[in-house]
Each structure stands twice: as structure tokens, then as C-alpha cells.
Design a protein around this ligand. Sequence first.
Ligand code: SIN
Ligand code: FE
Length: 359
Amino acid sequence: MNFIDSERSKILVVDDHPASRMTAVALLSVEGYDIVEAHSGPAALDCVKQANPDLILLDVMMPGMDGFEVCHRLKQEEQTRLIPIIFITALNDRRSRIRGIECGGDDFLTKPFDHLELSARVKSLVRQKRLNEDLDHAEKVLFSIARTIESRDPNTGNHCDRLVDLSQVFGEYLNLSRPDIRDLMWGGYLHDIGKVGIPDNVLLKKGRLNSSEWEIMKQHVVIGEQICKPLRTMRGVLPIIRHHHERWDGSGYPDGLAGPDIPFIAQVFQVIDIYDALTSERPYKAAFSPEKALEILAEETERGWRNPKLVEHFSSFIRRMHSGENNISIGQGAKSWPRRSGIAVPNLLPEVARLGFTS
Ligand code: SIN
Ligand code: FE
């Protein structure tokens, strides 16, 4: 048996005409759905908050707040954006259909309802919603794990938040596409997720790693890639996870890629990652000034480790940022981003500590 179908789904029917609501309610009750009703836009918004429905049948024309507005608001909210919305429109109302798509509606039905059509669409959208939720939860699990690993590592502090911030502004500075910027930002959280597979005596070792310990540590990029690979939405982040320790001259790991063979997004991420590590305080070193950090990056570039053009861009970006030119500033990214991308990132370590698994 498919467990998706074994839970009763809840449907919200929104229409200002009681008679229209009754028809839909009657048809859906027969199908075994739980029904909630609302007679207006604002009542619908309240209902959604309280009842958390699996699908909404939404009339377009309602006095006060129309269906488009209701849909628009729900699709913008993190809590409600995954609830499928079927608009109820008049037959052949092309303009309404276009507007409905524009404000995020998922499907349309015309009155009077065709029983079979209503039933088929509702069923398929509810199923789709459950799958989307599962994917959403899987993503959140990965981000939580990444966050938790970070907080166990005495070296990193709030490294990830800062990486997300810098990734956004530097990505925009380089004119990268929206999806690339998103991947860079996700990389900020996820690049070292593979450290979950590194034993504590290596990961948390104080002092230098010996060569066999290094070999173990290097595995984190491959482990991380394996962890994130099954999720299609992670595809763009995989090159960052796998290749963020490659070097321009081919002396890096895991593949020893050289020059432009290293995926560009991984090169960009690496420069940000290193810069942040240099400018942050670590147990074994004080924070370097931006100027000093750029100097070290330049030295590493001369040694052949980094892409000279990219490091040049990065240096002028940092200098501009610190001179306040071009209104570049950071600090907004990590705060505004989790909301926009739908990922709130809890750190689970306090929970784990409470359970007594860590010291
Ligand atoms: C890390 O990924 O932060 C540690 C491993 C390395 O620096 O190569
Ligand atoms: Fe790493």
C-alpha cells in the first residue's frame, strides 16, 4: 500500500457563493477528503494558517480580496508556498488563466465542475505536494547536518554564514546567473558536509595532522558529494563540494584538476572560502586584515595555486567593498537568504548535546 494515499488529505474550498461551495464540498467529501470552507479571501488566509490544507480550490472573483491576491500571498510565504492552488474560473476566461499562472496558481477548473476532472486533478496535485514536501525536508536535513558539523569544528566559528553573504555579493559582482549565485550560497553551507564522515580523532585533532590523517581528511569532499548526489536540486552544488580544494596548477585534491578544468563555480567558491578563513580568527591564528589576506592570496597565486584573473577580480571587489564604492556591502545575505530560498537552517548541536552524545 502506498502510505501517501493512506492519510486523509484536507482541502480548503474558497468561494463567496455558498451554493458553489456546496457542490465542490459534496463532490470532494464523496472522494474521502476532509473539507474546510472559507467565504472570502481574508477568511481563506486565516483558514490556511489554522488548518494547513493539502490543496486549495480558490474562486477568482470575490468581493474585497480576490483569488489572485490570496494566491499571491500564499505563494510568497515559506509556510504555505507548497500548497497547490486550483483556480475556479469561468469557461474560456483566458485572461484570468494567465493572471492565475502569473501569481503562482497550479491549475484551473471551470464551473460547472466535471466530477471526474475535479477528482483527477485534486488527486494528482495532492500527490505532487507530498513529493515536494519530502524533497523540501530532505534539503533541510542536509543543511541541518552541515550546520551541525560546522558547530562541532572548533576551527570554523560562523564561517558558513559569512560564506553565504560573501558568495551572494561576489556572485552578483561577477554577474553570475541567479542559479549560479544560489549554488554558491548553498555551497557556503554544504561544501564541508562530508566532514560528517571524518572520525573525530582527525576532525577535532588539535595540532597538525600526519600524512595518513590528511588522507582521511581529504575524503570529506568525496563523501560530501556522495551525500548530496541523490537530490536533483543539489546538482549545481556538487562541483563546489567535490572541487573546492583543487589548485590551479593541479596540485590540489581530489582529482588534481588544473586550470580551467576546475569548474569555475568551484574556483570562485574557493577564493571566498580561503579569504574568509584568512580574515577570521582561528584557535591557531589571529584574524588577518583584508589587505594582509589579499597579500597571502596573491602569494598563493604566484605559487600557481589560484586562477590569477579571478583573484585579481576578487581583490578589486574586496578593495571596493572596503572603500564603500559601488554600494557593495555584506551582511544582508545570510539574514535575508534563508527566507527567500525557503531554507531555514537550524543548528542541531544543542539538541544533540542535550541528548548526551557530545561533550
Ligand atoms: C577543510 O576543508 O576545511 C579542511 C581540509 C583542507 O583544508 O584541505
Ligand atoms: Fe573543505
